[in-house]
Design a protein around this ligand. Structure first.
Ligand code: GDP
Ligand code: MG
Length: 232
């Protein structure tokens, strides 16, 4: 149907591809993370969440996907967030202050099969309570292992974020483990899987904490969010 009176077709959504940030944005990101970075709070229950001050950016993903490593890579600190070879060990929400300008939140991992049912239930409640009711939360970066792609429990998390209209972006981790062609395919496939999800930012960001690939782009993306929030 077209012609007078017909509703205009919505513009096609932007293709989900990784986009290099501009020079100014990269510099803003570098500056943002160049100063102090300090651990400020650990919360193991809804009751023990810290008071909200300014913008929070959370890192979610399966156990062992590389959340703590990415927080360390962003801040240029090797041991700020604890990293572990034992999956499921980080069971708290860890809050890090970045130069008094924002907080990064290293979230407990999901999908750790060996954990007891009861424990899985309490993590899930904590994660859900945090993600749903946190007005300070500007974006969740959902980390996906570039070698494996989206798994059913990742999709469940995305469903929850879409349902509660929590803005999120997919970050592929461990890009150093893939060959160029494989990485491009994974980016395209992941982008296609999220393009119609209402709360997803339609750009998939590949990263490697090991060799630093994509880390300055991610810093730029965080700086852009902060600038947008300040401009409101
Ligand atoms: N090859 C590679 N390994 C990584 C990378 N990031 C993290 N890892 C490894 O993945 C494991 C889990 O990392 P960690 O940051 O503790 O994951 P978390 O459980 O999501 O916090 C560790 O053995 C890390 O050394 C990466 O970019 N490349
Ligand atoms: Mg961790």
């Amino acid at each position: 149907m077209s012609g007078p009176g017909a509703p205009a077709a919505p513009p096609p959504r932007k293709a989900a591809i990784s986009e290099p940030a501009g020079e100014d944005e990269i510099e803003a990101g570098r500056k943002l993370f160049a100063g102090e970075a300090d651990f400020v709070w650990a919360a193991s229950s809804v009751e023990s969440l810290p008071p909200m001050v300014g913008l929070e950016i959370a890192f979610a993903g399966r156990s062992n996907v590389g959340k703590s490593s990415l927080v360390n890579a962003l801040t240029g600190r090797k041991t700020l967030a604890r990293t572990s070879h034992t999956p499921g060990r980080t069971q708290e929400l860890n809050f890090f202050d970045i130069g008094g300008k924002l907080r990064l939140v290293d979230m407990p991992g999901y999908g750790f099969a060996a954990a007891g049912k009861e424990k899985v239930g309490s993590w899930t409640r904590l994660i859900h309570a945090y993600l749903r009711g946190r007005t300070a939360l500007g974006r969740v970066y959902v980390l996906i292992d570039a070698r494996h792609g989206l798994k059913p429990n990742d999709r469940e998390v995305l469903d929850g974020l879409d349902m509660h209209a929590v803005s999120y972006q997919i970050v592929l981790t461990k890009a150093d483990e893939l060959k160029d062609g494989e990485l491009e395919r994974r980016i395209a496939e992941t982008g296609a899987a999220i393009i119609r999800r209402p709360a997803a930012f339609p750009v998939v960001q590949p990263t490697s904490s090991r060799n630093g690939f994509g880390v300055s782009d991610l810093r730029a993306s965080v700086a852009r969010l902060l600038a947008e929030r300040a401009g409101r």
